[in-house]
Write a protein that binds this ligand. Structure first.
Ligand SMILES: [Zn+2]
Length: 386
């Protein structure tokens, strides 16, 4: 269990299989985000239908509502939300800083006020391990301190060093809780590498993380938080020689289609991002030949074509652009569902296509052509609007 087998490599890109208690995950993989124990507006059958192999749950949100004890009483996240495939839960480290009203960080943990009712809470590494145990995901993330994008060397050093100290506490708590709860779910703990946009801090964070335990996977946090894209690529290039081949690499909170392909080419295996569903609810959709466009544009008024002629998703095989535009402009709930299905399928399928091309040995050429076309389409769409 939790073994990761690399089946093919092409340059730095890898195609692998990760064995988890609720099933195997073929990588590279895009993981839809189900913040509140639901991938927004979709049923589990629809999420399975668009090809998702594994989804995320958010510890911060589920702790506040309905409460992790409620989820445990209901049999854990899988039973609670009717999803039988693997789940990964984040640690809430990102949300306590970005969502809660007031957070005070100390060596013990982070004190924060709920964004729902203002109540006060404390997340410590030990507490987060208890919560993630109760939620019962296959993969649980260590509690980390994610500094703001482009933090100074001083701030980024403080954050990665604290993250390492917290990781040691997470490990002890994880092992203790798992031993006490012998019949509970099989889980593995993924550590998170921090270090901001400073290459030497990234290396120090990775080395400290790898020296602190025997892991089944490793995550890269604190990227795609506002820094320029070339810096994200540089950090991935810096980290690659530090990370052992046998561990799946998870780039947290990434990404957009172009980010996905760039990172896969730099050896990343796992991704998640709220963009497909959030953009879908806002009417922004990805079209292979056009980049990202908004469905409410007037040019779609009587467009009888599918949203993306190259997409095989439920939305693209059943509905016209004109109808999707109408639903969105009229504020119909179905529009959010159909656009989310398309956007999620787009990314899930893009990761699958990347996998096929890695196995075929032509990833570099294929991804470069795909990225060039996507960028040109995006530029043309902007020019047409302007
Ligand atoms: Zn589609």
């Amino acid at each position: 269990m939790f073994e990761f087998q690399v089946q093919a490599t092409d340059g730095a890109a890898r195609a692998g299989v990760l064995s988890l208690p609720h099933g195997e995950v073929r990588t590279p993989v895009f993981m839809p985000v189900g913040t509140q124990a639901t991938v927004k507006t979709l049923t589990p059958e629809e999420v399975e239908g668009l090809g998702a192999q594994i989804i995320l749950g958010n510890t911060y949100h589920l702790y506040l509502r309905p409460g992790h004890d409620v989820v445990r009483t209901m049999g854990g996240l899988h039973a609670f939300q009717g999803w039988s495939r693997p789940i990964l839960t984040d640690s809430g480290g990102f949300q306590v800083f970005s969502l809660s009203d007031i957070s005070t960080i100390g060596e013990d943990g982070v004190e924060f006020q709920s964004h729902i009712d203002g109540s006060r809470h404390l997340f410590t590494p030990e507490r987060v391990m208890e919560i993630e145990r109760a939620l019962g995901a296959d993969i649980i993330m260590a509690f980390d301190q994610c500094p703001p994008g482009q933090s100074s060397r001083e701030k980024a050093t403080e954050a990665y060093e604290r993250t390492l100290r917290w990781l040691a506490r997470c490990r002890v708590a994880f092992d203790r809780i798992a031993a006490e709860d012998g019949d509970g779910p099989l889980q593995t703990l993924f550590p998170i590498v921090q270090g901001g946009i400073h290459p030497e801090l990234r290396v120090a964070s990775a080395r400290g993380t790898l020296a602190s335990g025997d892991w089944h996977g490793i995550a890269i946090g604190g990227l795609s938080v506002g820094e320029p894209k070339p810096l994200m690529h540089e950090m991935l290039d810096t980290l690659r020689p530090e990370l052992p081949d046998r561990l799946p690499r998870y780039l947290m909170g990434v990404g957009y289609p172009d980010d996905l392909l760039e990172a896969i080419g730099r050896g990343v295996d796992m991704f998640d991002c709220v963009a497909p569903t959030r953009n879908g609810r806002n009417g922004a959709v990805w079209i292979t030949a056009e980049g990202q466009v908004n469905i409410k544009q007037r040019r779609f008024l009587t467009d009888a074509g599918p949203l993306d002629p190259e997409c095989g998703c439920y939305t693209c095989t059943r509905y016209t652009r004109a109808y999707l535009r109408h639903l969105f402009v009229a504020g119909e709930g179905l529009s959010m569902r159909l656009l989310s299905i398309h956007n999620l399928h787009f990314l899930v399928n893009l990761a699958n296509q990347a996998r096929d091309h890695i196995i075929a040995g032509d990833y570099a050429g294929w991804s470069r052509a795909w990225l060039d076309r996507f960028a040109a389409g995006k530029a043309a769409a902007v020019a047409a609007r302007g």
